[in-house]
Design a protein. Sequence first.
Length: 335
Amino acid sequence: MVEGAVEEAGSLCVSTCTYRINRSAVPNVSFKSILLNLKCKENGFQHPHKIRNMQQQQQPFIQKSWIRVLLFLLCYLFLLLLSGNLWEQLPETIRNGKDLPVPFLYLPLLYNFIAGSVLVIFFRKAFDRQSLSSLGFVWKQFGRERLAGVLTATALLCGIASVLWWMQLLKWYTLPVPVLSLLLVSGLMILVAAGEELVFRGYVLNNLLEGQRKPVALFFSALAFALFHSLNPEFNLSAFLNILLAGILTGLNYLYTRNLWFGICFHFTWNWLQGPVLGFTVSGLELPSLLQQDLNGSVLLTGGAFGLEASWLTTVLLMMALPLLHRLFLSYYRR
């Protein structure tokens, strides 16, 4: 009996010490909860709080993440092709936006944003069974990422335009531009950037990271991003390569942060400066701009009708920027 009492006292002492250590580390945990947890472990079953948490974490409707991504992309492609076919059925006067207060050309861009966003929400809830916030729209504590996205796109685009100007292939002049059109197209650039980043980084890359290694997930999400741009007019091999590189660039930050704001700010700044400010076509689309262009020279340098995304200058600068940004992100997020 004496030995049993000593063992019981020793066990109580160990339990009390354990409680004190855990209590200091996790001050919100009650003594009763700790004793219940220890009792559950002794009897070989889970703590009831853990059981409830496990029940709340629903499993995806389709377990393989790459299958969910493939199904999502097929549905997204169907919606884009459907809108394209409906667009072609409209009279040319409407498609050109003549005699309309708001250019009808912008409606497909708005449709693409709505279709992509609704599809992401549906798949996230029905197939992934996860919260929408997990896609990466958290605003707080990501101010540096937003600023980095703006500055990176500005530096790249101004660098390319400066080279073309220095080579005397590019000159600018001004013409009166309706303020309403500039404001409207600027708003659409925000929607385009947010919608495409939501689709290809927020959903595709996010899901691929669940079952694939990071380099594989990053490459295939960027590949899908580039392939879907083949639906744009004047698409070519140079445009494919540059958009692939741009998808890798915006996805790099997502690998470390699981946040979309770097990509959205980079994407918007690139499109907005390229089109509404500097007067280039944006992925084959002509937009109203502050500056008008007199652009000459080889399309390999200027990008031709598709815009700077098809320029070899863009290829060179993106390939220089990728390892630099990778090293910066690596040192910043792992310090």
